[in-house]
Design a protein around this ligand. Structure first.
Ligand SMILES: Nc1ncnc2c1ncn2[C@@H]1O[C@H](COP(=O)(O)OP(=O)(O)O)[C@@H](O)[C@H]1O
Ligand SMILES: N[C@@H](CCOP(=O)(O)O)C(=O)O
Length: 302
């Protein structure tokens, strides 16, 4: 598709890891980054969102940077666009805002530059920008994704039927992913690696066979990152306990945090949101839906 009229790009938020699936598992959620794009004489990004309105407006805007470099990789020079950027994904809270920006940039390059990239190609570019495929994979494919990234190669499966409800508890404070990765160990012993990877493997099996109790146990038994990041998260244990007492079968750090994410069986999320609103009034509790569509590009009529 080349830019004839106006385009809209819509990219869902994501939660990564789901506990033990560190840098590998992701789930797309129904908060969205949207771009409205039209041809222009120069690059110009603008936003009415409080959190986004101070970002660079020209070629140095992160989304535009990703788009220009992606197009350049294929020898294509993008014509400049005017872009309205809106988002309801909170920044630096562990809900994949940076991944959604990267995916938006790649979709922008694809649509405006007429690159005709496959989802697999988009995934590899996005993973190279982000460093791990969990968030970007969920934002591109939608649903639950499980991926494996080695240099120049990403393998990924996505699953579309997960009959659960999702509740997030979002603190006001930000935590940059980089800061939250800095507290992790450089290496793990063989025993630690076995425990950590078997926990992740069993989580996948439990989710796909709808064994919620076991899934919850595995979400809370991660050995890769949660034990090290826990001290950065205020009220971690209390949140986990309140979630369990109010219908959650599993709780985990969403991505690198500080948001906590809980899974419940159908019909139980609203009660958990109420409990969180009373127990943690300084944070935002939200029931979210799983997005099964992933990133999309729509032509708007002028
Ligand atoms: N729409 C956007 N436009 C430009 N930069 C963005 C956008 N969304 C996120 N970012 C960048 O990503 C950073 C947050 O990324 P990160 O620390 O990985 O947290 P998370 O991805 O969990 O929200 C922001 O501080 C900002 O620099
Ligand atoms: N696997 C990454 C996920 C980071 O997700 P984000 O939403 O916090 O950017 C990690 O755990 O560091």
């Amino acid at each position: 598709m080349t830019l004839r009229d106006r385009l809209m790009i819509k990219v869902p938020a994501s939660t990564a890891n789901l506990g033990p699936g560190f840098d590998s598992m992701g789930l797309a959620l129904d908060l969205y980054l949207t771009l409205e794009i039209e041809k222009s004489k120069e690059w110009h990004c603008y936003s009415f969102c409080e959190e986004l309105k101070d970002f660079p407006t020209g070629e140095d805007n992160y989304i535009v940077k990703v788009a220009l470099q992606t197009a350049a990789h294929y020898g294509v020079e993008l014509s400049p666009c005017k872009i309205k950027v809106e988002s309801d994904i909170p920044l630096a809270r562990g809900l994949g805002s940076s991944a959604s920006a990267i995916v938006a940039g790649i979709e922008l390059a694809d649509a405006v530059g007429g690159l005709h990239l496959t989802k697999q190609q988009k995934l590899l570019h996005a993973t190279e920008w982000e460093g791990h495929p969990d968030n970007v994979g969920a934002s591109i494919y939608g649903g639950l994704v499980i991926g494996c990234y080695k240099q120049n190669e990403v393998d990924m499966l996505s699953f579309t039927n997960l009959p659960i409800e999702v509740v997030v508890l979002i603190p006001q404070e930000i935590l940059l992913t980089k800061a939250s990765r800095d507290v992790l160990p450089e290496s793990y012993t063989r025993q630690e690696a076995i425990e950590a990877s078997s926990t992740a493997n069993l989580l996948v099996g439990a989710l796909l066979t709808q064994n919620w109790e076991l899934a919850g146990k595995m979400m809370e038994s991660d050995r890769f990152h949660q034990p090290y990041r826990k001290s950065l998260i205020q009220g971690y244990d209390e949140i986990e306990q309140m979630a369990k007492a109010n219908g959650a079968f599993g709780t985990a750090l969403s991505g690198a945090g500080p948001t906590m994410i809980c899974f419940t069986e159908k019909g139980r999320a609203a009660g958990l949101v109420k409990a969180f609103e009373t127990g943690f009034p300084a944070m935002t509790a939200k029931k979210l839906l799983i997005d099964y569509i992933g990133s999309s590009v729509i032509e708007l009529v002028k």
